[in-house]
Design a protein around this ligand. Structure first.
Ligand code: PEP
Ligand code: MG
Length: 362
């Protein structure tokens, strides 16, 4: 086994000599971060913060926050979440050392955090001391016919700025603490999801800067954070020159970008995609391999437009395609800086990035 691990290490070192693309990981726990680092991840390209909200010791506060009637009530619930969220980020920052960490502000529709069945709603009503019917009505009110095209991503930050404020506070406080206690200098990259309109990123960037400034002057310490955005709505790719005015980095969310460009639901499409495969409508599930002539064209367009505005804009991809070899070849060719994939795909991505560099060198 030692031989096997040794050989694996040598192979990876060879690959690293040739590749130009950096390889990061999608991780949202210290454990996943550690595994990914062992596999050679050079940073976190996507930390999805929603999973942290589901943990047992905080889901109640999350639910209180969602169903609260006033901003004051919502802020009170968010105050309960802040220490947990700060600890989440401290754990991840420590696991990553000085490597770059991209943290995405909350993305999913809030309805996902609430119970559905009457018996569960009853339990929650009791826990937070509200009437069952009132709670059920509130939950109904939050339901949407197309939640993936609904009240999610930066739209949450626009309508409930206090949620993003709490998260930014937690990120900056965590960065300050790991610097003070462990001497680790973290430069967090704060990422805004689902931007499709210039004004969205403008408003949220201002909120991030304001919140970060307040914390940093209170604590008397500066943190060199960056602000960037996911490019995952087709319109964001089309107006990437305008979005780049406010973004230090772009990270392509090819899961949503594929969903919205094809008009296929990423949650249900497996049902007919198998038949599409049999009938050779397309070669492969576009959620598994990037559609280079369609979705890929949008990515290329966004890169060109983004660079027109900001020559040195940092570019990555964090959708599932970030760990798929043929897609990685494409990402190499169009000049991304890094791919980000699940921890266990990091070695494959390193190898694929090296093969892409060799294949395309002539
Ligand atoms: C994406 O849309 O590609 C992405 C990385 O975000 P998520 O999968 O969390 O929507
Ligand atoms: Mg997405």
């Amino acid at each position: 086994d030692a031989d096997l691990i040794g050989n694996f290490g040598v192979l990876m070192e060879w690959a690293d000599e040739f590749r130009r693309l950096r390889v990061r990981t999608n991780a949202d726990t210290p454990r996943d971060s550690e595994i990914a680092v062992k596999f050679g991840a050079e940073g976190i390209g996507l930390c999805r913060t929603e999973h942290m909200f589901f943990k047992e010791n905080r889901i109640l506060a999350v639910r209180e926050m969602i169903i609260s009637k006033t901003v004051e009530e919502r802020k009170k619930a968010l105050d309960k979440l802040l220490p947990f969220q700060k600890e989440d980020f401290i754990g991840i920052f420590r696991a990553m050392g000085c490597r770059p960490v991209t943290i995405r502000l909350l993305d999913p529709p809030l309805h996902e955090f609430l119970p559905n069945k009457d018996e569960d709603i009853k339990i929650l009503a009791k826990e937070i001391g509200v009437e069952f019917n009132a709670l059920k009505d509130k939950i109904e009110e939050l339901k949407e016919f197309n939640p993936m095209l609904g009240h999610r991503g930066c739209r949450l930050g626009i309508t409930y700025p206090e949620i993003y404020e709490m998260q930014v506070k937690a990120i900056i406080l965590a960065a300050i603490e790991v610097k003070e206690k462990f001497g680790i200098e973290i430069k967090p990259e704060i990422m805004i999801p689902l931007v499709g309109i210039e004004r969205e990123i403008e408003i949220i960037k201002q909120l991030i800067n304001q919140t970060a400034e307040n914390i940093m002057s209170e604590k008397g310490m500066k943190i060199a954070y960056k602000v960037g955005t996911m490019i995952e709505v087709p319109r964001a790719a089309l107006i990437a020159d305008k979005i780049a005015k406010h973004a230090e980095f772009f990270s392509f969310g090819t899961n949503d970008l594929t969903q919205m460009t094809f008009g296929f639901s990423r949650d249900d499409s497996g049902k007919f995609i198998n038949e599409y495969r049999e009938k050779e409508i397309f070669e492969k599930d576009p959620f598994a391999r990037l559609d280079q002539v369609g979705v890929g064209k949008l990515v290329e367009m966004a890169i060109n437009l983004g660079r027109q505005t900001r020559k040195d804009i940092k570019l990555g991809i964090c959708g599932e395609h970030g760990g798929e070899p043929q897609s990685i070849d494409f990402f190499h060719r169009i000049g991304l800086d890094y791919v980000s994939c699940s921890p266990y795909r990091v070695p494959i991505a390193r190898l694929a990035a090296a093969q892409a560099a060799i294949r395309n060198s002539n």
